[in-house]
Design a protein around this ligand. Structure first.
Ligand SMILES: Cc1cc2nc3c(=O)[nH]c(=O)nc-3n(C[C@H](O)[C@H](O)[C@H](O)COP(=O)(O)O)c2cc1C
Length: 192
């Protein structure tokens, strides 16, 4: 008996990010690729040949990476899952990322409860201060953490190294892709 092709519910993964010298941005691109791929695989495993024919709805998951100064509150409120990605600067998240949270914290309070999130930090030698800050804000929003923050170190410490464009190695890009994939697949399958 042929199964009817059912519409797959569309879930939205929003990646909110900032980057000064390209390190976080590369990691975000890897996470978005990992999320898109995992979304496709999870949908195929869950829905099999009941997937609709149209190519754009093969996954049921839309992945949007948006620089934090361009994120509209509506996009935040409509996200089913969130990935926050920022460099660590002076022991905290980057200023524009903090501004994103300042501007959206109260508009989104009690409106994001229980949605899954993950954090990606690109730092010179530490990264834990930025990760802690985001975890505290996420706890205020009552988001659900799905993994330990992924902290990628570039080793930059001197003024020259800090201001240089960052190259992220394949192993770290793979870890970012894996984190994006985990968040995407779990969101699509409703496991969080
Ligand atoms: C003003 C400034 C402050 C920084 N402070 C820290 C810090 O407190 N801890 C740390 O590990 N890295 C620190 N860094 C290094 C950055 O986190 C690192 O260069 C990171 O790779 C930048 O990410 P991006 O390439 O996405 O901009 C600082 C960089 C800048 C520009």
């Amino acid at each position: 008996m042929a199964l009817e092709k059912l519409p797959i519910p569309e879930k939205r993964l929003l990646i909110v990010w900032w980057s000064y010298t390209g390190g976080t941005e590369s990691l975000v691109q890897a996470a978005a690729r990992g999320a898109t791929e995992a979304g496709r695989q999870a949908a195929s495993a869950a829905f099999g040949d009941r997937l609709p024919d149209s190519a754009e709805s093969q996954s049921g998951l839309s992945v949007m990476a948006c620089r934090c100064d361009l994120v509209a509150t509506e996009a935040l409120l409509h996200a089913d899952a969130l990935l926050f990605a920022t460099p660590e600067c002076l022991g905290s998240m980057a200023g524009p990322m903090k501004t994103f949270f300042d501007c959206n914290y109260y508009p989104a309070l009690d409106r994001l409860n229980a949605r899954p999130y993950a954090t990606l930090i690109c730092a010179g030698t530490d990264g834990h201060g930025a990760a802690r800050q985001i975890d505290r804000i996420a706890a205020g929003w009552r988001l659900k953490s799905i993994a330990k923050p992924l902290i990628v170190l570039t080793g930059a410490q001197t003024p020259e190294a800090i201001s240089a464009p960052k190259q992220i190695g394949p192993a770290e890009l793979a870890r970012a892709a894996e984190l994006g994939g985990l968040l995407a697949a779990g969101t699509l399958l409703g496991v969080w």
